[in-house]
Structures are given as C-alpha cells and as structure tokens.
Design a protein around this ligand. Structure first.
Ligand code: HEC
Length: 440
C-alpha cells in the first residue's frame, strides 16, 4: 500500500521551472541518497550510478558504475577511504573512494535494499532490505557475517551504535536493536503502523522519519520516544540531522524541506525546492549548508540559517533534450518523462532508454540499454496506439515486471497529446539527423 503511495508521489512530479542559479546536475534520474563529509559529497542515483562531487565547486569528480539497478543508499567510512552502497539489486558494493574502483560487489538480499550504514571503526557495513533482512558485512571484502531480521517486515533504515549494537527501522514503524557479537535481539519498540522511511543516529539519539509525516526522536538505549516532531501530514521521504543534533531537515513529496530546531521543537523555515520530490538530504560538514537531492536528478545547495538557495557554480545546464522540448512545444506531461528519457541519439545518462527513434521500434531493443527481463521478452512495437495503451492501462499491467516506476495516467487527453507530440518529434529528429549526416 505505501509502496503504491510512494510510486504515486514519484509519478506526480511537476515540470521544473527555470531557475536562476544552476544546481549540481550529474544524475539522469532522481537522486536517492546523499552523504557529505570533509571536502566530499557523494550521491546515489536512480540511474544506477553514484557520483562523487567536489561539494564547493559542484563539479563531478567521479562517476561510479557497477550496480545493476537504482542505487538507494550510500555511506562512507569515517576515514573517507571506502564508500559502500546498495540498491534495488540487493547487492552491497564496496568502492575505493579515491580512485572510484569497485572492490567488491556481492548479493545479500532477495529484494531491494534501501539503507546502509558503516560502523565507527570502518570494519563493518550493514544493509537493510525489503526481504526482511538486515545483513552485516565485513569490509572491505564484503563478506556477510550475520543476517538479522524478521520477514515479512521490510527494513527501511539501519545504524550502528558505539557500544556494539545495531538498530534498524521497519515497515511497521518500529525500531529493533540487536547485539552484534551474538546477533541476539535486545528490544523492538514503537510500532506505529506507519512505515518508517529513514533512520539517522546522532550520539545517543535515533531520529526516525515516517510516512505519517512525523520525525520521532528515540533514546538509543531502550528505544523510548523522547520527542515527536509533527510537520505536514505528508510522508517524510528524506532526513538529515546536523552534527550536534540541534537542527534537522525533513524533505517530502511536495518538493519542500522543513528545517527544525530540535531543542525548540519548532519549524524554523521551509525551503521550496524546485525539483520535485525530495529523496535525499545532507548537511555539509560545516553545518551551514544543506544539500538537497530531488526527483529531477539535480542537487541544490541551501544556506540553512537564511533559507536561501546558494548560487551554484558553472553555467546553466540545458540539455539537448530541453532544447528540443522547448523548440517543439512539448506538452506538460513530458515534464514527467524528461526526468528519465532523452530525445537525442545518446541517452544523456538518463535512467530510461532514449525516445530517439521510438516509433516503429520494438520494445526493449535499443542496443546497449540494460532493459529488464520483462521488456526484453515483450513483443510490442511502439506506435501511437501502443504508447497510448501503455499509459491508459499502466506500464505495470501492460508490461508486468517493468522497472519503469510510472503508473497509469488518468487524463486520457493529456496522454493522446503526449503521444502525438512524441510521434512528431521523434520522426522530426530522425529526419534532421539524417539530413545532417550525424551518426546514429
Ligand atoms: C523515473 C524514471 C522514468 C520516468 C519518469 C519515465 N520512465 Fe519510461 N522508462 C523508464 C525505465 C527505467 C525504462 C526501462 C524499463 C525496463 O527496462 O523495464 C522505461 C521504458 C520506457 C519505454 C519503453 C522504451 C523501449 O525502448 O522499449 C517507454 C515507451 C517509456 N518508458 C515511456 C515513458 C513515458 C511516455 C514517460 C512519461 C509519461 C516515461 N516513460 C516516464 C524510466 C522512466
């Protein structure tokens, strides 16, 4: 049920307005997680990649490719030497942070894994999965050393404590603590019936974001609730806590971020982020800046105290796809598709296959694109009619097993308009490419 809700939220992203200051753009789909440290920022993307940034200049230092699915979570050892990540592929990936080399890649979950943590000494990682498992791994070799958890719960957050315990948040809103040395469960408390979406630990406190719009603060010792911050009654989909636990940022579906003063239990300000649903948040190590990762694939930087978008470096980022869309009067609905699909022969590093030459193409046959099994096996040829059916019926039913997270679109006229435009523009681009002799 809450999965469907999340998918709906993802599907309801509006067209991004033009912005005065350019954000960091390195992902071709939603930014799912962010970690910031001294002089480093790492983002995890729906486009299967991780990006290591220079957090001051907004420059991509390195792109890490290796996951076979959207990357949902990333963490770093405290010495900054290793990065670990996990995602829809249920694998743990261990990376050399300086060189971006993939050191180990190993399966740990039978379903997607959505959260990751590293122990203070950097010797262990833990991943939390929808298969009801929390897996503890030895680093850097990615050797699984313990499996905890209780299916059919889905684990949605995980953290190590400083005294040899592991805590995890789950789909019933509760937190469980285990002893690491023998795997014994110590307690499970706070079942609310609302899935927890994020878990952060700071000192002796646990911060739990929920789909019910709250952030609950719990004691790490016994899980007792010590405070509850109730914001808008909308799912909190991202959470960051500053170093000393005084300030907290909670991001949500409508593209807003609430900045809370924790001691005063009040919202200091609300940031309006232009890029759709906020999936990822991280405070810079100085605590003054907040990095915000949104559904449009961009990372924006805010001054926390003033609530102001900071001027981004570099020139304004307009892709060839944006240019074509503007020149051909793209219908509003394309704003949704554009997050993940380009209109050019190359895919502009988007997470979905390019629409270039879509009409007349058999589903799942663009060379070099890692389609799901479902699409590779399907026999549909894309015409105006089949494209219409795709969204009238819904991709999940029209092509069961597809990894495209977009659902049925109710507004039939808007779908007709989109399809007619797509047919026109993909044909036009093909003709233009032929005329210019540009390589396919
Ligand atoms: C959040 C990312 C995302 C969004 C938004 C999105 N798609 Fe997709 N789309 C994908 C992915 C990923 C695939 C590949 C699916 C697979 O392999 O199962 C895909 C596949 C497709 C295909 C099949 C292409 C082929 O080569 O066979 C079509 C057609 C398509 N999408 C149309 C659309 C349209 C139209 C929209 C906007 C209404 C849209 N998509 C929005 C991610 C997205």
């Amino acid at each position: 049920m809450w999965l469907r809700l999340l998918l709906l939220l993802l599907g309801s992203v509006a067209v991004t307005p033009v912005e005065a200051t350019p954000p960091f753009v390195g992902h071709g789909g939603p930014v799912k997680d962010l970690r910031a440290g001294e002089g480093i920022l790492v983002s995890a993307g729906f486009d299967y990649s991780l990006v290591v940034w220079d957090p001051d200049a907004g420059i991509v230092r390195r792109r890490l490719m290796g996951h076979r699915g959207p990357v949902n979570a990333v963490a770093a050892t405290s010495d900054g030497r290793l990065l670990v990540s996990t995602g829809d592929d249920g694998h743990l990936a261990v990376w050399d942070a300086a060189e971006g080399r993939l050191l180990a890649y190993r399966r740990g979950h039978d379903a997607k894994a959505v959260a990751i943590a590293v122990s203070a000494d950097g010797h262990f990682a833990a991943t939390a999965g929808w298969d009801g498992r929390v897996v503890v791994w030895r680093l850097p070799e990615a050797e699984p050393v313990r499996t905890l958890g209780r299916p059919p719960l889905r684990y949605t957050g995980v953290a190590f404590t400083d005294d040899g315990r592991l805590v995890a948040a789950d789909s019933a809103g509760a937190v469980t603590a285990w002893r690491l040395d023998d795997g014994r469960m110590l307690w499970r408390v706070g079942e609310t019936g609302f899935p927890a979406t994020r878990l952060v630990r700071r000192g002796a406190r646990l911060y739990l974001a929920g789909i019910d719009g709250t952030v609950r603060i719990r004691s790490m010792r016994d899980g007792r609730e010590v405070a509850r911050l109730a914001g808008e009654r909308r799912p909190v989909t991202s959470l960051a806590v500053d170093r000393d636990g005084r300030r907290l940022a909670a991001g949500g579906a409508r593209g807003t971020v609430q900045i809370w003063s924790v001691p005063e239990r009040r919202v200091e300000r609300v940031l309006e982020v232009a890029g759709g649903q906020v999936w990822a948040l991280a405070f810079a190590s100085d605590g003054r800046r907040l990095f915000v990762g949104a559904a449009d694939g961009a990372i924006r930087v805010f001054d926390v105290a003033e609530g102001r978008r900071l001027a981004g470096p570099g020139e304004t980022w307009v892709t060839e796809t944006d240019r074509i869309a503007a020149a051909t009067g793209a219908p509003a609905l394309f704003g949704k598709c554009r997050l993940c699909h380009s209109l050019t022969p190359d895919d502009e590093n988007k997470s979905g296959p390019t629409f270039w030459g879509l009409l007349g193409r058999r589903v799942g046959t663009l060379e070099g694109y890692p389609y799901s099994e479902a699409l590779r096996r399907a026999r549909v040829v894309w015409t105006e009619e089949t494209l219409y059916e795709l969204f009238a019926i819904g991709p999940d039913r029209y092509l069961p097993g597809t990894k495209m997270p977009v659902q049925r679109i109710e507004d039939r006229r808007a779908v007709r308009e989109l399809v007619a435009w797509l047919a026109r523009v993909t044909e036009r681009e093909r003709a233009a490419t032929r005329a210019e002799g540009r390589p396919r």
